[in-house]
Design a protein around this ligand. Structure first.
Ligand SMILES: NC(=O)c1ccc[n+]([C@@H]2O[C@H](COP(=O)([O-])OP(=O)(O)OC[C@H]3O[C@@H](n4cnc5c(N)ncnc54)[C@H](OP(=O)(O)O)[C@@H]3O)[C@@H](O)[C@H]2O)c1
Length: 325
């Protein structure tokens, strides 16, 4: 890949997990970096590493994105230092596990909304207006498969991820005639500190996460971002899950997520490969059925057209716009 030494990427949540891997990819491609997270020691260590290894300039900004003032302060700091942000990566995020009514902590949940949604909107507002003015720029939004499937036991987290996807899709439409692109990265469960921090260790979804490395998710997101794609669901099984969420009844999708988010009984042997195969077969069957129904006009043209549209979006989700990898 070509080095683009003059460009700068700002990555939030760059000290661990997917954000750290994304920062690696930008650094390897010669981007200068602005790295944001709470831990100033963590940031300094990474900054030193990148500067030495890749000869790029790294600016560390230690901020808590739960603080409503943080986005403005980050923006001001980049302005003061004359840094033009060419790529904004809204990656920082966290979750909270438990029953909303009587287990989870409200203050933590309000912070999650602030970090995952409000700060993301605020940072996007600040940097996007400059990008639009220059008619050049890229934004990567960390959505999730949770964006299309409500997350019982992580209700607030799931809702913030739906918000991110909806927000991103609306902006994509508003900016479709410009050279500014927005890309939604939709990972499934990924092997990072996320689950421990959310108190979701030992859940089925945490077990599934062990099989997907953050580096692979970051690479998928990075490739899609560079190509200006609208969205990328990382991983075939996650593509299947997203496609299913578009065709199955809402309560079935939510019920299935609840199962994934529960902790399995010790006696329960979960065979993930069987589950995954069943999901894939189910999606293909659902798509085929929908196409078949879609071709039956028999006096219910309106319904047939509706079903065809659903089938088309399912097919596109699986094989088209969401690139397979
Ligand atoms: N892991 C998954 O299964 C998964 C799946 C789908 C989507 N995602 C999304 O991917 C993104 C990254 O998650 P991850 O899995 O890589 O998690 P992670 O390993 O826990 O990394 C989270 C990053 O965000 C930073 N951060 C957390 N709270 C912050 C705050 N208040 N202010 C500033 N920075 C903060 C953390 O650094 P500090 O602690 O130093 O602040 C860290 O760098 C999140 O948006 C998450 O929702 C993750």
């Amino acid at each position: 890949m070509e080095a683009q030494t003059a460009k700068t990427a700002l990555v939030t949540g760059a000290t661990s997990g997917i954000g750290r891997e994304l920062a690696n990819l930008f650094a390897k491609d010669g981007y200068n970096l602005v790295l944001v997270a709470r831990s100033s020691d963590g940031l300094k260590e990474i900054a030193g590493e990148y500067e030495q290894q890749f000869g790029i300039t790294v600016t560390s900004i230690a901020k808590d994105l739960a603080d409503p003032k943080a986005p403005e302060e980050i923006y001001d700091e980049t302005q003061r230092n004359g840094i033009r942000v060419d790529v904004l990566v809204n990656n920082a995020g966290m979750g909270e596990y438990g029953m909303f009514a009587n287990e989870t902590d409200l203050q933590k949940e309000l912070s999650i909304i602030q970090i995952n949604a409000t700060s993301l909107v605020h940072l996007t507002k600040l940097y996007l207006k400059d990008m639009v003015q220059r008619n050049d720029g890229k934004v990567l939004m960390l959505a999730s498969v949770a964006s299309v499937a409500p997350h019982p036991l992580m209700a607030v987290y799931g809702a913030t991820k739906s918000f991110i996807l909806s927000f991103t899709e609306a902006l994509q439409n508003e900016l479709k005639d410009t050279n500014v692109t927005l890309t939604a990265l939709m990972p499934g469960p990924t092997n990072t500190d996320f689950f421990a921090k959310a108190g979701a260790e030992g859940t089925r979804v945490h077990q599934i996460a062990q099989t997907t490395e953050a580096a692979k998710v970051a690479q998928d997101g990075y490739n899609a971002l560079m190509k200006g794609k609208e969205k990328i669901v990382s991983g075939l099984m996650n593509k299947a899950q997203v496609a299913m969420a578009h065709v199955l009844p809402d309560e079935m999708v939510t019920g299935s997520m609840r199962k994934q988010l529960e902790r399995p009984n010790e006696s329960e042997e979960q065979d993930h490969s069987m589950l995954i195969t069943a999901i894939a077969v189910g999606v293909v069957a659902a798509t085929t059925l929908l196409w078949a129904f879609g071709t039956m006009e028999n006096g219910w043209k309106g319904e047939a057209a509706k079903v065809r549209r659903k089938a088309k979006s399912t097919g596109e989700s699986l094989f088209g716009k969401l690139s397979l990898n």
